[in-house]
Design a protein around this ligand. Structure first.
Ligand code: MN
Ligand code: MN
Length: 464
């Protein structure tokens, strides 16, 4: 190596492909981890399903339901389900809880199409559902793909019915139709944003009439009759339901080299899964470690299952008081990884990124010091001290990482739960997986990035 090369090596910041930073054995482990992740993607798609999935996993791993009246000690493992849409996994540490907790928080809601309160109608002998989209979507992407329906219906008598239809191979699916190109000339003059309008996101749910008589709306009647038989519900029960239409296709390997995973809702299951598995496998940590999987991030974290609500603060208060500590002191000493995705650089659309400061697939877990829009507005800008501390531990533990902004300045922007965590005076920074086609029905991530994110959470929880 020449003197110049040596100096370059010492002074320049250069990032290699993640595969060059990993051993063959580690890559094999990563691929295996991602096989389980794909199974999870296919098994649990909505906030409610993911909450019950991990509640079950937690019980199997010896976690006990948190009981505020019980006294806990180091090594105890508890879980707490919040209104069926969020779950805490907590392992109490050896250190005094006043030294703070280590938190990893990911969200388990993803962009989707919610049914309107009064969704079912018949038009020209076709039965359809009206929808209201949830989170940021490009509406045209949601037409002509198979959809499944997940959620709950609370009946007039208070009974709750669970709906999960469209994912099984033999189950019927649903679809939003689009115009054929032959007749799409006028539609094609619309802007991309208006290509499919919100009120055109109507889901096709049936087309055969109930019986051969002269009544109108017989197709709708037939659908309601099927729903009555299958779920015991009547039309009015839709008024108190949460039914979510999500893509019905399965997650799978992408590429000849199988290096990537395509699937619905990587944002933010791709962080939630590693965060939960890291908590479930944790033994005797120094600090009290908490994974929280939360709801409502995609619509601003409002609502009492979102992080803008007091429920995180309440749980931290409960566990602090369990050890006789002042919750405020525990929170001020706590540290949090806000586990969320970032937009990966896409060579097809380079203009929205600033290449020196964006994230890339296959460069490891991405730290986002800040998010926001229009001059970092609405962002929790992590301090140099905290980013420095996180950086040091990532390097020490040989975790491949990068730093990334969400797009070029003023190209757009976004937010995460980091600001809600920061409100509690907890040190927090965003850390997660770079994603291609983010918020589309079929997002793409790199397997090695996913595994590196898992490793980051495991090591964060093991901090001394
Ligand atoms: Mn997210
Ligand atoms: Mn998102």
């Amino acid at each position: 190596m020449s003197k110049v090369e040596k100096l370059k090596e010492e002074l320049f910041y250069n990032q290699k492909h993640i595969a060059k930073e990993m051993t063959a054995a580690e890559i094999k482990k990563a691929d295996e981890f991602c096989d389980s992740y794909i199974d999870f993607l296919n098994a649990a798609k909505t906030e409610r399903e993911i909450t019950s999935f991990f509640e079950e996993e937690a019980r199997a791993k010896g976690f006990k339901k948190f009981d505020v009246s019980k006294k806990y000690k180091a090594g105890d493992k508890v879980y707490h389900v919040h209104k069926e849409k969020a779950i805490f996994l907590c392992v109490f540490g050896k250190k005094d809880i006043r030294k703070g907790t280590k938190l990893v928080i990911a969200h388990i809601d993803s962009p989707r199409l919610d049914l309107k309160p009064n969704p079912l109608y018949e038009a020209d002998e076709i039965a359809l559902f009206k929808t209201h989209y949830y989170g940021g979507i490009k509406k045209y992407q949601w037409t002509t793909i198979p959809l499944a329906l997940h959620g709950v219906v609370v009946k007039g008598n208070g009974e709750k019915v669970i709906v999960n239809i469209g994912d099984g191979d033999t189950e019927p699916k649903f679809v939003i139709t689009d115009l054929l190109p032959h007749l799409g000339k006028e539609q094609e003059k619309r802007t991309l944003d208006q290509g499919i309008k919100g009120e055109e996101l109507n889901i096709l749910v049936g087309s055969r009439p109930f019986a051969d008589d002269k009544e109108s709306e017989l197709v709708k009647l037939n659908i309601l009759n099927i729903l009555k038989e299958k779920y015991g519900i009547v039309e009015k029960d839709f008024l108190s339901a949460e039914l979510e239409a999500v893509p019905a296709f399965k997650a799978c390997d992408i590429g000849f080299d199988r290096s990537l995973i395509g699937g619905y809702g990587h944002d933010d299951r791709v962080c939630a899964y590693p965060a939960a598995i890291a908590a479930l496998n944790l033994k005797d940590p120094e600090y009290t470690c908490i994974t929280l999987l939360t709801d409502k991030e995609e619509i601003g974290s409002y609502g009492n299952t979102g992080l803008y609500s007091a429920y995180l603060e309440n749980f931290l208060s409960d566990i602090s008081e369990n050890f006789g500590a002042n919750p405020r002191h525990v929170m001020s000493a706590s540290e949090c990884l806000s586990a969320d995705v970032n937009a990966a650089f896409d060579p097809t659309f380079p203009e929205v990124m600033e290449k020196r400061n964006c994230s890339y697939i296959n460069k490891g877990v991405v730290i986002s010091k800040y998010t926001g829009a229009r001059g970092k507005s609405g962002s929790s800008d992590a301090s140099a001290e905290f980013v420095g501390k996180i950086r040091q531990f990532l390097d020490e533990k040989k975790i491949v990482w990068q730093i990334g902004e969400l797009g070029a300045v003023d190209a757009g922007g976004g937010g995460t739960v980091a600001l809600d965590v920061a409100r509690l005076d907890i040190d927090v920074v965003d850390l997660g997986v770079p994603v291609l086609s983010m918020h589309s029905p079929f997002e793409v991530v790199s397997k090695l990035d996913v595994y590196m994110t898992y490793k980051a959470f495991c090591e964060f929880f093991k901090l001394k």
